[in-house]
Design a protein around this ligand. Structure first.
Ligand code: HEM
Length: 94
């Protein structure tokens, strides 16, 4: 078999553009950009303790301030930030 010219990069090294992330803009395929990193939170939507729209309004978009403030002027807990990392997809560079 021919050797792939596109070997899979280590997870940490995956680089994404905002344009690529923007394709994941719906509840069935929802990525968020938070502090320069992309997260695929699709599987988390039904577990989030606020109505799905709270997150799905941001699918495919820059979401740092929404996540940092919960859009209510208060921060997510350290546990929420830890949980977020489990959905990490790659670094975003424009
Ligand atoms: C950017 C979109 C998001 C918004 C606007 C948002 C907003 C909220 C709101 C309104 C609540 C309930 C009220 C409250 O606890 O103060 C909440 C709770 C929570 N959210 Fe989010 N959320 C977002 C994304 C996420 C993501 C992606 C995760 C994890 C992967 C997450 C994890 C949690 C957790 C664990 C709680 C329970 C309270 C806490 O630990 O802070 N949220 N969020």
């Amino acid at each position: 078999a021919q050797k792939s010219r596109h070997p899979v990069a280590p997870r940490e090294a995956r680089l994404l553009s905002r344009a690529e992330v923007a394709h994941h803009d719906r509840p069935e395929d929802c990525w968020l950009v938070i502090r320069g990193k992309a997260y695929d939170v699709t599987k988390y939507l039904s577990a989030h303790p606020a109505p799905p729209r709270t997150i799905t309004d941001h699918c495919g978009k820059e979401s740092t301030s929404a996540f940092e403030t919960k859009e209510r002027g208060r921060a997510h807990s350290p546990q929420a930030w830890q949980l977020l990392e489990t959905y990490f997809v790659g670094e975003v560079r424009d």
